[in-house]
Design a protein around this ligand. Structure first.
Ligand SMILES: NC(=O)C1=CN([C@@H]2O[C@H](COP(=O)(O)OP(=O)(O)OC[C@H]3O[C@@H](n4cnc5c(N)ncnc54)[C@H](O)[C@@H]3O)[C@@H](O)[C@H]2O)C=CC1
Ligand SMILES: O=C(O)CCC(=O)C(=O)O
Ligand SMILES: [Mg+2]
Length: 385
């Protein structure tokens, strides 16, 4: 693994006309912990190469900016000669027995390949199909959503050296979608928490803390108010913590976490944060804001059988179809995927090309203060491969 210091270029064109000292954080080893955690532990990759020497990976391009950013990943992977073959599938929802589901052939593709890269999928507000993101996570029992967020060297934000890792329970909680009308004007939404789902995501968090060397786990909760549901999550964490005597464990109330993180995120760098579903959803967007926005933060949905990698962001309808999107978040997700698959050399090479391009600051998309189109930024990465 290339060291953090090796990455920092001596002179750097900085953003928005500013010349700043390089941030110390280097993204090179960003996902090392994940790759280590994947070996022989929860979520280890089960796929094998085909007779042509390639792995097959399911590709869900997604909605809005999805096809544009997916094209960038395909172009970069092709230029880097990554030994994978894409298997594109369409997950336009179908109604089966009164429930939203995704087409059988798409489900079979992910099951067969054990791995997928996914662009964002839009969810209608109010009436309409349930979130397909949620449907995918539930269909494949992708119980842990790993969301790392690390400062990009050379891109100046109010905080240098952000390096947070957030693990979100991914199958239940406030995202359970169990809602009903009690009487006209009164609705009820059920936050479902089970010991089983809590235990497996918590164990994943502790294993990740061990593998990444962070060695501290913090549960983020609101058990003061949701005494039973968050209480069960917290108590389960206390139990699981006993299995990991070398990992420091503590807990913090969600509102306090938000305040402290936006005041100074660096004390969170040495911890793995683990929490119920909705808290992780919100906190991960907040963390993205600390390092330059949603164009930069990746994620992995990890299950025992399959895993699906996707950006933290959504379909960005406000910029869709204009080649304005930043594909870095999906690219970093695809790099996590390569590490998950053990294709570390390709991951490192692509990662270096991407971060060198960002650090140079000449070919950036609009969200980072540049004026380059999605494909121009991808082209600059390709030139560096
Ligand atoms: N995992 C997924 O597939 C997710 C899907 N969604 C869905 O996406 C749709 C839109 O949701 P929004 O609330 O608008 O959130 P969003 O994440 O799509 O966009 C929020 C803001 O960030 C910007 N942004 C997002 N990704 C960007 C990128 N790669 N490059 C540059 N700018 C970027 C957008 O332009 C927008 O201003 C909704 O239907 C929502 O349900 C939202 C979050 C995650
Ligand atoms: O499924 C959706 O519409 C939103 C999902 C989301 O915000 C997330 O996974 O972070
Ligand atoms: Mg979200």
């Amino acid at each position: 693994m290339i060291s953090a210091r090796a990455f920092v270029a001596p002179s750097r064109q900085c953003l928005r006309g500013l010349r700043v000292a390089p941030t110390q954080a280097s993204p090179f080893s960003q996902f090392r912990g994940y790759a280590a955690a994947a070996k022989g532990k929860v979520g280890a990759f089960k796929g094998t190469k085909g007779p042509d020497g390639n792995y097959t990976v399911t590709l869900i391009e997604g909605d809005g900016i999805g096809p544009e950013i997916s094209q960038s990943i395909k172009d970069i992977f092709s230029a880097a000669k990554v030994p994978i073959k894409w298997e594109p599938v369409d997950v336009t929802p179908i109604l089966k027995d009164g429930r939203t589901t995704i087409p059988e052939y798409a489900i079979n593709s992910v099951r067969k390949n054990y791995v997928a890269l996914k662009g964002p999928l839009a969810t209608p507000i109010g009436k309409g199909h349930v979130s397909l993101n949620l449907t995918l996570r539930r269909t494949f029992n992708l119980f842990a959503n790993l969301r790392p967020c690390r400062s990009v060297a050379g891109y100046k934000t109010p905080y240098d050296n952000v390096d947070t890792v957030l693990i979100r329970e991914n199958t239940e909680g406030e995202y359970s979608g169990i809602e009903h009308v009690v009487v006209d004007g009164v609705v009820q939404s059920i936050k479902l928490i089970t010991r089983e789902a809590s235990e497996r995501v918590l164990r994943f968090a502790f294993q990740h803390a061990e593998a990444s060397g962070k060695n501290k786990v913090r549960v983020v909760h609101k058990a003061t108010i949701m005494k039973m549901s968050d209480g069960l999550f917290l108590n389960t964490a206390r139990e699981v913590a006993k299995e990991f005597p070398n990992i420091e464990f503590d807990a913090e109330l969600l509102d306090n976490t938000c305040l402290k993180m936006v005041t100074d995120p660096t004390p969170y760098n040495d911890k793995v944060l683990v929490m119920p579903n909705l808290y992780g959803d919100i906190l991960s967007d907040m963390c993205a804001g600390l390092i330059g926005g949603l164009g930069l933060t990746p994620s992995g949905n990890i299950g025992d059988e399959c895993s699906i990698f996707e950006a933290v962001h959504g379909s960005a309808p406000d910029i869709a179809g204009k080649a304005l999107a930043n594909p870095t978040a999906l690219l970093l997700s695809s790099i996590m995927m390569l590490q998950h698959m053990g294709l570390n050399e390709y991951a490192t090479r692509i990662q270096k090309a991407a971060f060198d391009t960002l650090a140079e600051g000449k070919t950036l998309t609009g969200d980072l203060g540049g004026s380059s189109k999605t494909h121009e930024y991808a082209g600059a990465i390709i030139k560096r491969l």
